[in-house]
Ligand binder design. Structure first.
Ligand code: IVH
Length: 658
């Protein structure tokens, strides 16, 4: 391939990834892979006249041309989630309490895993179909929607002056398969899943392509409407849809909370029999008066909830097994797999943890594997399908040398480790990323790309170099893609970070297994950094929250000094720990869960810390209190099981004395 051809190919590819990342929110490749493509393009362009349309000349996705924007009469909202009966019961309790009734009738529907759409009918005529967009403003895709023959262009039964009908666009599974087959036949790339295919088709600018693909639709909710539209229940709304031949789904049931919960279970059982994907059920209060009384909280209605189904498992194929080096030098195997959509996330990389896990699974490159993801937990490979082996599988090549710096690796139990410390670019990168992160030194204006530059250009060889970046000011301002202003902001943020609080600094050090909570306890106990640095094992073991392993990690960290602490201390001035006048929460361990109308969780954490409390991330028998807000989930459940004292939002101010 000529250089020009390769440049053109890369331009197209990068533009596609820009679009997937910025407009679709659905990246197919990791940042590192994107960066490699970008760097390759830049290096090829360095000997050429660069055309103005090159992605190296534009930042982010080009605004997608072609579709007009439209502001929805009423915003398109999202739904809060429940995952089980207990959480659903709490949803119902909140409703009963708010509207002071003892029973409510719900509608239970399927939750379609497609793309939201809003159809506008004015005086009975379909005038607009608009995508969800950011919820307030979407894109007008009327022509594409009109390819769906079952959508009536005119409605006559009780048609108001104006009405927005909300629904979901999707593909039937068999249609999705045929689309992919014909794409592959013609040398195109198959869609990863039906949802992506629907998104790509709905927003396709080529109407001929859209016509070839049988999009489908179900309508399920009312958006904005004029005063002449009068219905009193969701059931009425469905009748309105039916009388007008507007496409709705027939699997709707009505009943009290118990029958709603049973209906959800039935839907879950029949999920695999459907010819389209669903990711749960939606439970809605039937009575529209009650819906109005209940209203909304942030961006979701109080009168409806998405009952999400447990993560499904899906088979995929292992493309490769690679090894990545973390900030502490541990070299972790991971599989790159054919992307699969599992509970809303596109999975293409799965960690394999350590060498023992490789043996336990007996996994090989090219194997078919079962991938699982439960809630927000990281994806796992649960088993290899040995029956699918056909001899094309290759054993894992466990590296002898560090994939980042070439240093000879050591085996430590089930782990592989590179002990080159900050001389290893991958460790320096990981460490630097942690050091500057929001909960550590909180430097604005750094990210994957600029960090890579800083390290590759040799401006950052150890973390202390962060504070010496000013000497490279002119080079940084000339870096492609980083404006003068953003570099000035970066310097301002670095200067702001020169006086870190002791607990922030300890957290930023990234001592293995010393996170925010332990850093806070250490700061409270030792008050000055030098006291912590010179603490003995016994001194450390005085703290309740510190066990053998953490104490050993701290001691080793200061002996080995992988960071170059003295050089760092030359650049900054650590604020000693000062107990605040109000320390009524001294040493009290508090977990925060759910969302609060008056505070963000970070605000609550700061208040707790300022009063001597220790905000912790997980509930254990050591937890003293749980502060919980709306949508409190598993932490609440665990706290109840362990008998931890509970504080709800109405009591928070008293509890914190604010
Ligand atoms: S009702 C005000 N019903 O799920 C409530 N939404 O996670 C409006 N969805 O944005 C939504 N099936 O795109 C509703 N039967 C259903 C649904 C449904 C799928 C989507 C919809 C919504 C998202 C929320």
């Amino acid at each position: 391939m000529s250089v020009k051809d390769e440049i053109n190919k890369l331009k197209k590819e990068i533009e596609r990834h820009n679009f997937l990342y910025h407009s679709e929110n659905n990246p197919e490749i990791s940042d590192a892979e994107y960066d490699a493509l970008y760097q390759r393009l830049k290096s090829l362009e360095s000997d050429q006249v660069v055309s103005e349309d090159s992605p190296t000349k534009t930042v982010g996705a080009k605004p997608s041309k072609g579709f007009e924007k439209h502001t929805h009469l009423k915003p398109m909202l999202s739904l809060s989630n429940v995952f089980n009966d207990e959480e659903f019961n709490k949803f119902e309790e909140r409703i009963l309490k708010r509207i002071q009734v003892d029973k409510v009738i719900y509608a239970v529907e399927l939750k379609f895993d497609g793309i939201g759409i809003s159809l506008t009918y004015e005086e009975g005529i379909l005038t607009k179909a608009v995508t969800r967009g950011d919820g307030e403003i979407g894109e007008v895709v009327t022509e594409n929607i009109k390819t769906i023959s079952k959508i009536p262009h005119k409605i006559t039964f009780n048609a108001p002056k104006i009405i927005e009908l909300r629904g979901e666009i999707f593909f039937n599974l068999d249609d999705f398969d045929s689309i992919n087959q014909s794409l592959q036949k013609s040398g195109g790339k198959a869609f990863i899943n039906p949802r992506n295919a629907a998104a790509g088709t709905l927003r396709n600018l080529d109407i001929d392509i859209v016509r070839q693909r049988p999009l489908n639709i179900f309508l399920y909710a009312l958006g904005g409407c004029s005063d002449d539209f009068n219905i009193t229940s969701h059931q009425d709304f469905i009748a309105f849809l039916e009388k007008n031949n507007l496409p709705n789904n027939e699997l709707v049931t009505f009943g009290d909370a118990t029958s709603a919960s049973n209906a959800v279970k039935k839907i879950l059982d029949s999920r695999d029999k459907l010819n389209y994907e669903i990711d749960g059920a939606v439970v809605k209060v039937n009575d529209i008066n009650l819906q109005e009384k209940l209203g909304f909280v942030s961006k979701a209605p109080r009168w409806a909830v998405a009952w999400k189904f447990p993560a499904s498992e899906k088979f995929s194929k292992v493309n490769d097994i690679l090894f990545s080096v973390g900030r502490t030098g541990i070299v972790t195997p991971y599989a790159t797999i054919e992307p699969v959509l599992i509970s809303g996330a596109n999975i293409s990389n799965v960690t394999l943890h350590n060498l023992d896990e490789l043996k336990r699974l007996d996994i090989k490159v090219n194997d078919t594997v079962l991938v699982k993801r439960a809630g927000d937990v990281i994806p796992q490979i649960t088993k290899v399908n040995f029956d699918a082996r056909d001899g094309s599988e290759n054993p894992v090549k466990v590296p002898e040398f560090c994939p980042s710096c070439g240093n000879k690796l050591k085996e430590e139990g089930p782990f592989l480790r590179c002990d080159a410390g900050m001389k290893c670019p991958a460790q320096l990168f990981g460490y630097f990323e942690h050091f500057v992160s929001r909960k550590a030194m909180n430097i604005d204006g750094l990210g994957y790309k600029i960090n890579t530059h800083l390290i590759n250009l040799g401006y950052v060889k150890k973390v202390a170099d962060l504070f010496k970046l000013k000497q490279h000011e002119s080079e940084l301002k000339n870096l492609e893609g980083f404006g003068e202003k953003s570099i000035d902001n970066l310097f301002a943020s670095i200067d702001d970070a020169r006086k870190p609080k002791l607990e922030t600094f300890i957290n930023a050090l990234g001592i293995p297994e010393v996170g925010e909570t332990t850093a806070s306890s250490l700061a409270r106990h030792f008050k000055e950094f030098e006291k912590l640095r010179s603490a003995t094992f016994e001194d450390l073991m005085q703290l309740d929250s510190i066990g053998n392993v953490v104490a050993k990690n701290i001691i080793e960290f200061f002996i080995n000094d992988p960071v170059g602490i003295d050089e760092l201390l030359d650049q900054i001035e650590i604020e000693n720990f000062v107990a605040s006048a109000d320390s009524h929460l001294d040493g009290v361990r508090i977990v925060i869960t759910g969302s609060f109308s008056e505070f963000s969780r970070d605000e609550l954490k700061d208040i707790i810390k300022s009063k001597g409390g220790v905000p912790s991330s997980s509930v254990s028998s050591n937890t003293n209190y749980l502060l919980y807000g709306e949508k409190a989930g598993s932490k609440y459940k665990k706290a109840v099981e362990l008998g931890v004292e509970l504080v709800d939002e109405t009591k928070i101010k008293d509890f914190l004395k604010i």
